[in-house]
Ligand binder design. Structure first.
Ligand SMILES: *Cc1c(COP(=O)(O)O)cnc(C)c1O
Length: 473
């Protein structure tokens, strides 16, 4: 065994041998003839050979004979090198999300629709009227491109956009409650994604948090009793990523608005994800849409651009004109402002809501994918993998998640392709999939690596099949 490994290691060519043999491969001639590209090629060859050495050392050998190993070596090197030289030059790379988590924060949350992505690319390559009023030739506002659209979609009087929802909450608190008190229910003091905590964001905005009620129950009277001369506003926060079950009570936005009006205080809400679309029509738990929330009369409502909205990272604030005007005047707004590519992506996405169906928004298409479609896609993947002798595959029923803190308890029925390695462990297989040139992110459940087809895109299936062909080689 050890001897066989040594024999194979000796059979691996040296870097210069690979480089000179590449002369015969036309596709690599641009690298060989260009002095600036040659070092990249050599570096690529070095990495591929390193990987080959690791594989020989790590893997058990009984599955292939030495002759098979030797004859498959050169095609393997060429293939690896091809992948090494295309796509690996950037730190940001494509990842295949086979986890079934639609709004996967580690993988970039919402995907833009292809036509929106094209619009963004166009805007990136050309000058635009970002802050230009074309009619008058004078300076304009970058926010006008999305403000009207946002107002139409939410029914709000005014709107603005900042870097993300965390920035939106920070800006609202800083503008209206600096040096003053903000009343929040104890049941709503959430932490989102480890770095956004309501108490801390209030502090960063210069506001003082006044907690009312208990973790599971807060009544209107609790807010009422906490209002004092220093109170600047009442804040509601969507509990996003957690649920308190059992005996609970919270106060609705409408009730708070009524109280706020009596006491002359604005009511604001951090909606977290928020949604333009009523998910209940697809069977999701009932949640007020942004439009319904605004109807309750809140002064300001904020939400993310890249959660259920399905657009770019952004913090969107909609509400009353007088309040939005004050937000605009805050110096912080300049520091939190969004760039033109974000605005382009947002305008494109908002127009899809106005003109198209939700089917055109990738997040909603994935969330509403019919089980039959998922079942068919998973069976096709299983069929494509059946020929692979190094793995066992099965079609299984499982559940996907929404992600992004939206509907945390919802389990979406899905079909998965479950894979078990004949040799090696599922932990090794998961890592092997993740460490390919195109990283494939799967999930482990018991003795299986699961590929959830809900979040796969065109071309992903072929790459998964190809990567698994290399398993155990
Ligand atoms: C996600 C979330 C945030 C943070 O939004 P980002 O756009 O990621 O900054 C803030 N509040 C709540 C309730 C959230 O769910």
């Amino acid at each position: 065994m050890e001897q066989e490994k040594q024999k194979r290691l000796r059979a691996l060519p040296a870097v210069h041998e690979v480089v000179s043999r590449l002369d015969l491969e036309a596709e690599f001639s641009p690298f060989l003839t260009n002095e600036r590209q040659l070092p990249r090629l050599t570096q690529g060859v070095r990495q591929v050979l390193q990987r080959a050495r690791e594989q020989v050392t790590r893997n058990s050998i009984n599955s292939t004979s030495f002759d098979e190993f030797e004859s498959s070596l050169w095609p393997w090197i060429l293939n690896e090198l091809r992948r090494e030289l295309t796509g690996a030059e950037f730190n940001l790379r494509r990842v295949i999300n086979a986890t079934g988590v639609v709004l996967h924060t580690n993988c970039g949350r919402a995907l833009l629709a292809p036509e929106v992505a094209r619009f963004v690319a166009e805007q990136a390559e050309r000058y635009s009227n970002l802050e230009l009023n074309i009619e008058t030739g004078a300076r304009g506002s970058r926010y006008v491109h999305v403000e009207e659209l946002l107002c139409r979609l939410t029914g709000a009087e005014a709107a603005m956009v900042v870097n993300n929802n965390a920035a939106a909450v920070l800006l609202m608190m800083n503008t209206f409650a600096q040096g003053k008190e903000v009343i929040v229910s104890r049941g709503e003091l959430v932490e989102v994604g480890g770095s956004f905590r309501i108490p801390e964001v209030l502090k960063a905005g210069g506001a003082k948090l006044v907690e009312v009620g208990s973790t599971n129950k807060t009544w209107l009277r609790d807010y009422e009793l906490a209002i004092g001369p220093e109170t600047a506003l009442l804040l509601k926060v969507h509990t996003s990523n957690y649920r308190v079950e059992g005996f609970t009570h919270s106060v609705s936005g409408a009730e708070l608005v009524e109280l706020g009006e009596k006491r002359g205080l604005p009511v604001m809400e951090d909606l977290g994800s928020g949604s333009f679309f009523d998910g209940a029509t697809l069977g999701f738990p009932i949640e007020p849409t942004i439009k319904q929330t605004i109807k309750a009369g809140l002064a300001l409502v904020s939400f993310s651009g890249d959660k259920l909205l399905g657009g770019p990272q952004a913090g969107i604030i909609v509400g009353k004109k007088e309040h939005i005007k004050l937000l605009r005047a805050n110096q912080l707004t300049r520091a939190l402002r969004v760039d033109k590519l974000t605005l382009a992506a947002l305008e494109g996405t908002l127009r899809l809501y106005e003109n198209g169906g939700i089917d055109e928004i990738p997040v909603w298409r994935m969330l509403s994918a019919p089980l039959e479609t998922l079942h068919k896609a998973a069976s096709e993947l299983v069929t494509a993998l059946l020929a692979n002798p190094k793995i066992a595959v099965e079609l299984k029923e499982d559940v996907s998640q929404v992600g992004g803190g939206a509907w945390p308890t919802v389990e979406l029925p899905t079909s998965v392709c479950a894979i078990r390695p004949i040799q090696g462990s599922v932990i090794e297989l998961e890592a092997f999939l993740r460490l390919g040139t195109v990283a494939i992110l799967s999930r482990i459940h018991k003795d299986w690596v699961l590929i959830d087809v809900r979040t796969l895109l065109s071309g992903d299936r072929e790459d998964i099949v190809q990567r698994l062909r290399e398993w155990g080689c």
